[in-house]
Design a protein. Sequence first.
Length: 102
Amino acid sequence: MSDYQHEVEELERESATAARLFDVRRIIGGLFVVYGVIVTIAGLTASDADLRKAQDININLWTGVGMLALGVFFLVWLKLRPTVPPTADELRAAAEDGPAEG
């Protein structure tokens, strides 16, 4: 193979890595999991006065569990359906077709 082909393959690998790293599902899932843990801990340590303010509903606990579930959903979705970046041939074909008209 020529040096050009090696460079193209290296760029495709880097593109695939960047696409997986910056997938919005990873960012959203990670943030929901982190905030869900924080809010769940706040719900587990709620005082009786806090519960009376919310009519004896531990809203922090329920919200935290919901956030954890949503975050885990996004991360599982990312694992089951990973991002596949377009190949060089697909990008070339799209560039030849020109911009899409709406």
